[in-house]
Design a protein around this ligand. Structure first.
Ligand code: RB5
Length: 155
């Protein structure tokens, strides 16, 4: 039996993502530790910028290293998260992109569309994304170029 990872993985959603978030937490709770940053009620409409920015802010401050965001399409959460320095958020809807986003882009935030993906596909994507390492090598200097762009823009 494999031991549970101690890294806390941030997870957050708006009202459109509550159902998928709850399913994923249930499916992965024996293997991974999650920091559930809400929202919790699918019947109360909330604004995705509030939830994406709270998670991204914690990550930008170095309190958490990886996060999962869910809204209806995943689009709004992606737009917000990628405004934060150091965040590489990817909206993923297929297993191949999940793997490449880790191996090539070292994506640290996975974004899912709660109204786009079924639980089966979403959980396959999450598993791949959580267990695939950055490949480094030729991809490393591309990430360094990303950091250089951020430094220039946000100095
Ligand atoms: C909420 O109605 C919806 O706009 C949101 O969940 C998300 O899909 C936005 O990108």
């Amino acid at each position: 039996m494999s031991s549970k990872s101690e890294e806390r993985i941030a997870i957050s959603c708006d009202h459109r993502g509550v159902e998928l978030k709850e399913s994923l937490l249930e499916l992965f709770r024996d293997e991974f530790t999650f920091e559930d940053m809400g929202t919790f009620d699918e019947n109360t409409s909330v604004d995705y910028p509030d939830y994406a920015s709270r998670l991204a802010h914690q990550m930008a401050e170095g309190k958490l290293k990886r996060g999962i965001l869910i809204c209806g399409t995943g689009v709004g959460m992606s737009i917000v998260a990628n405004k934060f320095p150091g965040i590489r958020a990817v909206l993923v809807a297929d297993p191949y992109t999940a793997r490449m986003a880790r191996e090539h882009n070292d994506a640290n935030v996975l974004v899912l569309g709660g109204r786009v993906l079924g639980v089966g596909l979403a959980s396959e994507i999450v598993r791949i994304w959580l267990t695939t390492s950055f490949a480094g090598g030729r991809h490393q200097h591309r990430l360094e170029k990303l950091s250089a762009i951020e430094k220039k823009l946000y100095k």
